[in-house]
Every structure is written in structure tokens, then in C-alpha cells.
Write a protein that binds this ligand. Structure first.
Ligand SMILES: NC(=O)c1ccc[n+]([C@@H]2O[C@H](COP(=O)([O-])OP(=O)(O)OC[C@H]3O[C@@H](n4cnc5c(N)ncnc54)[C@H](O)[C@@H]3O)[C@@H](O)[C@H]2O)c1
Length: 430
């Protein structure tokens, strides 16, 4: 397999995708989001001139839909040779990856890949010999360290997109095994306050509603995990007219949910009341056997956390006398007593596996952060470990988004700056 030529024929031949002929639809989807991603557009213009990634091989492991595709194109515009690989077997849009291949980006992914195929794709992406990586959930970086340790020396650094990936990176850092610097993009304020909260809040309900075609108003939504994503999912559930119950293990988050006006109770109690259950914890086994046993007939289960381990699907299968596909992305589990429980998108992130992911305007911020973070890690000389994105870049993205939205804000005067930095307050009368 040759990666040196970079011609269309070379890229098509080297890529592993479902069907190249789907590329016109993919290009249309990418064009739609590009129009709505002004921050990335301005970075594309800047990178085209400055070529910050000239000579670099960049592997991007993300949910492969249109917004991600545009990020990949922006990185390529910066002079890099780019390959994309899926961070989840159900979130790839085959037409979008075909569009990327058409535009000279190597791709290793198709929708519905088996675990074996998924791992194979990651290996193929690593054969590309990245010098910079963007990861989402940690599978790429973890595979590199577990199976290709020697290759880590070729890597200048990378960026991690999500909470779960950062947890894994921090575990690696604590054990002293992380071999290169990784920027925790998720921990930038311009990321989690908007993407995790408003992005997940909107797209999770979009995924559930388009998949089930059911009403939310008047029903009870149980949200398990009241972190940044859980806050958004709860907020939008309430806005749709649902009664919201929150389940938490952290006393501060639980109290926050109480003060935000939601009912808070243990899962074993909430299980009796819910019409919709949404797990969004990053943890495993949040809904298990004892919960399925008391659920109402018709209960709908969805996960929005990174991995498909939050709902115990083995325990659900064990209890079912029959399992059938009720509609696309909806599996019906019939219990012994006749109750039916429905699982959406095989328990994988519902907003991406059964939807288009976050809105373009939200991902414009997240991916502008990714593009800036990649440049920062490439041009800096950071030590191996997990690093925060500098506040200046975080604020730059918020300012760019405000400008794009047409919103102006005030600025501190010199006197105010001095006052805020002082402690004696000599000029203030008591
Ligand atoms: N679907 C998406 O598009 C999307 C977007 C961003 C993040 N994520 C993923 O969603 C998950 C949550 O992300 P976040 O940023 O909200 O994390 P977070 O750390 O802010 O919140 C997670 C919350 O879950 C709680 N929790 C943990 N175990 C629990 C349990 N057993 N029962 C009840 N609560 C429990 C924690 O106390 C915490 O408050 C992660 O896996 C993250 O990678 C998904």
C-alpha cells in the first residue's frame, strides 16, 4: 500500500470504506455543515496560507460524520497528509467517508463494523505512521501504547476529544506509561460548557425522537449522570415537557440537580417511573438486572456515554424471552411477564449512532479548539502527559464564536483591570 503518491487513485485504493460511489451525498453533507462552521472556515483560510502541518501525517479517530469530515479537510489544508478512522462502529456515515476519500483523505471505516473490523481499521490507520493524532475516547492512543510501543516515538503529540478518553489518558499518565503529550480538548471551557451540555442535550433528544417518533411531553425521563452532558440532557428533556428524574453517585452533582428543580433518587426507585432512560456517566453497569425487573411496559433505554457498557445489555438479553428489531435502531426485548423494553442503537451513543451528532454550530467551536490544539502541540515542546489547552486559545474560540453570532461584549478598562488585580483597594471608600 502506498501513501506517498496522494493521488485520488492512490487514496481510493488504500482506503477501506463501504462504497466510494456514495461520495456525492457525502460532499453535499460536508458542504452543508461548512456553511455553518465559520470558525473552521477562517482556520482553513489561515492554515492554507501558513501550512502549519506541512510534512506531518495526521490520524483523526473521531465519529465520522460531516462536521468531523470538515475538520479533517481543515487539517489537510494546513499541509498534512490525513487519515481518518472511526471512534465507534455505529457512528460512521458511509457517504461522508466516501466524500473524504474523494477529497484526498485516507479513510478506514464503515458503518456497522464488527469489533474485529473496527480494530482492523485502527491498525490500518496506525500503518499510516501518524506524527500527530486526534483521538476520541482513547482507543487509538491506547492501541498505540499496548500494541505498537516503538511507534510512539514517531508521535509529536495529539488531542483528546471526550471525557472518557481523558480519564483513560490520566490513568496512563499516573502509571507513567503515556509517551507523548496529549491536549485535553474536552477540558477547555469552550468545549464542555457548550458541546457536552448544549450539544449533547439537543442531539440526544433529536436521536431519540427521530428513532422512536414518540412524544416526550408528559412522560418521565430518567437521566443517569448529572455531569456536563447529563445537565444538557435534563435541560432539554424538561424543555420538551418531560418530568425529569436524575440519578447520581456524586453528592454535589445530586444536590445541584435538586436545586435545578429535578427529582433525585436511587436508580432502583427511578427504574419504576421512567418512560425514557438515558445513561450518560462514562461508567459501566448503570442500568442492570434489578432495574429491568421493575421497569414499566414500553420503557425506552438509550445511552449517550462514550462506550456501550452503561446499560447492561447481557443482563437484558438474559431476561428476554424474545428479542426482535421493532424498527430501525430499536430492539424490542420481551420479558417473561410480557413487558416490552426497548433499546436504542444497541446501547451505543444514541445521538451519533441514531442521529447526526451535535449541531454544526456547536461542533464549530469544538473542532476549532481541536485544530488550534493540534497546532499548539505540534509547534510547542510539551512533555509527555495530559495538558490543558492554554486559556488564551480557549478564549480565542469563544470570541470567534461571539463575533460569528454577531454578539458584542464589554471590555475591562485599565482602571478596572488594576482594581481587580489589587488587594489594598486604597481608592475605595469604606
Ligand atoms: N454523546 C455524546 O455526544 C457525548 C458528548 C460528550 C461526552 N460524552 C461522553 O458522555 C459521558 C459523560 O460525559 P460528561 O462530560 O458528562 O462527564 P462528567 O464527568 O461531567 O459527568 C459524569 C457524571 O456521571 C456520574 N456518574 C458516574 N457513575 C455513575 C453511576 N454509576 N450512576 C450515576 N451517576 C454516575 C458522575 O458522578 C458524574 O457527575 C462520557 O463517557 C463522555 O465521554 C458523550
Amino acid at each position: 500500500m502506498s501513501h506517498t503518491v496522494g493521488t485520488e487513485i492512490d487514496v481510493v485504493a488504500a482506503s477501506r470504506i463501504h462504497n466510494y460511489e456514495l461520495y456525492p451525498d457525502g460532499l453535499q453533507k460536508i458542504a452543508w455543515v461548512k456553511e455553518r462552521m465559520p470558525l473552521l472556515r477562517s482556520l482553513e483560510e489561515q492554515f492554507s496560507k501558513e501550512q502549519p502541518f506541512a510534512g506531518q501525517n495526521v490520524v483523526i479517530c473521531l465519529h465520522l460524520e460531516a462536521k468531523t469530515a470538515y475538520l479533517a479537510k481543515v487539517v489537510k489544508a494546513g499541509g498534512a497528509k490525513v487519515a481518518v478512522v472511526a471512534s465507534n462502529p455505529l457512528s460512521t456515515q458511509d457517504d461522508v467517508v466516501a466524500g473524504l476519500v474523494h477529497d484526498g483523505i485516507y479513510a478506514y471505516a464503515w458503518y456497522g463494523a464488527t469489533t474485529e473490523e473496527y480494530n482492523h481499521h485502527i491498525q490500518a490507520a496506525l500503518d499510516f505512521h501518524p506524527t500527530l493524532v486526534i483521538d476520541d475516547g482513547g482507543d487509538l492512543v491506547s492501541t498505540l501504547h499496548r500494541e505498537r510501543l516503538a511507534q510512539t516515538a514517531e508521535i509529536k503529540g495529539g488531542c483528546e476529544e471526550t471525557t472518557t478518553g481523558i480519564l483513560r489518558l490520566r490513568a496512563m499518565e499516573e502509571q507513567g506509561v503515556l509517551k507523548f503529550p496529549m491536549i485535553a480538548v474536552n477540558d477547555a471551557y469552550s468545549k464542555y460548557l457548550f458541546d457536552n451540555r448544549y450539544g449533547t442535550g439537543q442531539s440526544v433528544w433529536d436521536g431519540i425522537m427521530r428513532t422512536t417518533n414518540l412524544v416526550v411531553a408528559g412522560k418521565t425521563a430518567v437521566v443517569i449522570g448529572y455531569g456536563w452532558c447529563g445537565k444538557g440532557v435534563s435541560l432539554r428533556a424538561a424543555a420538551l415537557g418531560a418530568k425529569v428524574i436524575v440519578c447520581e453517585v456524586d453528592p454535589i452533582k445530586a444536590l445541584e440537580a435538586v436545586m435545578d428543580g429535578y427529582a433525585v433518587m436511587p436508580m432502583v426507585e427511578a427504574a419504576k417511573h421512567g418512560d425514557f432512560f438515558i445513561t450518560v456517566t462514562g461508567d459501566k453497569d448503570c442500568i442492570v438486572g434489578e432495574h429491568f425487573d421493575v421497569m414499566k411496559d414500553g420503557a425506552i433505554l438509550a445511552n449517550a456515554g462514550h462506550f456501550d457498557v452503561e446499560i447492561s445489555i447481557p443482563a437484558l438479553r438474559e431476561r428476554a424471552v424474545s428479542v426482535q428489531v421493532a424498527r430501525k435502531n430499536v430492539e424490542e426485548f420481551k420479558m417473561q411477564d410480557g413487558r416490552k423494553i426497548y433499546l436504542l442503537a444497541e446501547g451505543r451513543l444514541v445521538n451519533l449512532a441514531a442521529g447526526d451528532g451535535h449541531p454544526a454550530e456547536v461542533m464549530d467551536m469544538t473542532f476549532a479548539l481541536q485544530a488550534l490544539a493540534l497546532r499548539y502541540v505540534h509547534e510547542g515542546s510539551l512533555t509527555p502527559g495530559v495538558h490543558r489547552l492554554p486559556q488564551m486559545l480557549d478564549e480565542q474560540v469563544a470570541r470567534m464564536r461571539l463575533a460569528a453570532t454577531g454578539v458584542k461584549i464589554d471590555e475591562l478598562s485599565t482602571e478596572q483591570r488594576a482594581y481587580l488585580a489589587s488587594w489594598g483597594h486604597e481608592d475605595v471608600a469604606p
